[in-house]
Structure formats: C-alpha cells, structure tokens
Design a protein. Structure first.
Length: 225
C-alpha cells in the first residue's frame, strides 16, 4: 500500500498507538517500514501509515482475532489448484490461508515477517515450515513452488510480483486473495474471480470498533507462470 493511501485509510484503531510504539518495533522491521516515510512527517501521519505493521508486530493476537472473524470465501479456496507438491503462503499471518493450503499440497512453506504471528502459525500448523522474511526477498530457490498464494497482503508492487514469479515453477499458479487494486491485475491479464460477499460470523463489536466494518475476503486474482 502506498504511503498516502495508508495514512488516509487507517482505521480508528490507529489512535491506540503512538509514536513511541513505532520505536518499539523490532529494529529490522522499523527500518523496513520507516524507509517509506517521507522526511519531516508529523507523528500522527507516521502512526497512521504504520498502523498495520504496529498491529502485526506489537499486538499479533489482535490481528489473529480479526483474521478469524474474516474467513476466506470457500469458493475462492475451491478455485485454487489442488494436489501440488509445494505451496507457498507469502505474508501468511496466523494461518488464515495456510490452513487451506495444507489440504491442497504435500508441503507448505509460510513466509511471515512478524515473529508473533509466525509463532502462532507454527503452533497451529506444526507441519508447515515457517520462515521469517519479507516478500521482496524470499529465501527460496527459483521455481520451487507450484502454488504461490497470499491473502490480503499485496497490490501491484513490482518487486514483490517479481519475487512471486521467481519462486513459482513454470506452469505454476500465483493466486492473490483480496489484493489491492484488483482491476490492475485484471488489466494485465490475470483471471479475476469475485463471489458474493458474506456476512462476517458473530464476533465481538470491539473488532469493528478497532478495524472498521469487517469484510471477509471474496475476491481473487490468478495467473499461470
């Protein structure tokens, strides 16, 4: 997500954090995130722009509660390739998509830079290999995956898309669930799948108060490498 868009779209929960919380981010995470902050930005705009990173890295349980309240539409899961040797979940969080990949492949690798979310995923799905890394620099060999997937993690970032293509085997599939700017992918020839939006399952109102109205993932773009 672009910096200005991140500032403008931060939900009400951004007020839960302050600039001191930015300093609490792990050093490598803070450096990665601050690299996109223009010089001279006021504290409020920085906190708004870094809202999601603050949640992922400082309060992973809060993100997990949101993810469990926004399950992926079953029709999208059913559209993913099945019976593959290796599947990757990039930006896996606490395993919302990963759990479905386990049933569709013989080996699953999850990439997640948040230590807290990665640990949560590893406890839930011990058969999954969890690696701490950024999508722009995946610690994987060329063409290792037959299914490379992500949920709610990326838009048309050229560095990220180049890495997803690099690690996907010829003939393999890249699938992005709830990507940013799906119309961009469609214009580039990706297949776009939309299913009717579903109401979020019953959940505490505090989740909406913090993150805004819930919107379970119901759109996906796919391409074959």
């Amino acid at each position: 997500m672009e910096y200005e868009e991140a500032v403008a779209s931060a939900p009400a929960g951004w007020r839960h954090f302050g600039i001191d919380d930015v300093a609490r981010l792990p050093e490598a995470v803070r450096a990665h995130e601050m690299a996109r902050v223009p010089a001279g930005e006021p504290a409020e705009r920085i906190v708004r722009a870094l809202f999601w990173s603050l949640v992922y890295h400082l309060e992973p349980e809060r993100w997990d509660e949101l993810a469990r309240s926004e399950p992926i539409a079953p029709e999208l899961v059913a559209s993913l390739p099945g019976d593959v040797d290796v599947a990757l979940d990039v930006g896996a969080g606490s395993g919302r998509l990963t759990q479905h990949l386990v049933a569709r492949s013989r080996r699953v690798v999850a990439i997640e830079p948040s230590a807290g979310l990665g640990a949560m995923l590893a406890r839930r799905l011990p058969q999954v290999e969890v690696l701490a890394a950024w999508a722009e620099r995946l610690p994987l060999r060329h063409g290792c995956s037959q299914l490379t997937a992500a949920c709610g993690a990326f838009g048309p970032d050229p560095d990220v898309l180049a890495e997803l293509r690099r690690v996907t085997a010829p003939g393999g599939v890249i699938a992005l669930i709830n990507p940013e700017r799906p119309e961009w992918f469609e214009a580039q020839g990706w297949r776009r799948i939309e299913v009717p939006a579903r109401k979020a399952p019953d959940h505490p109102s505090r989740i909406d108060d913090f993150f805004g109205p819930l919107d379970p993932p119901h759109e996906m773009v796919m391409t074959r490498v």
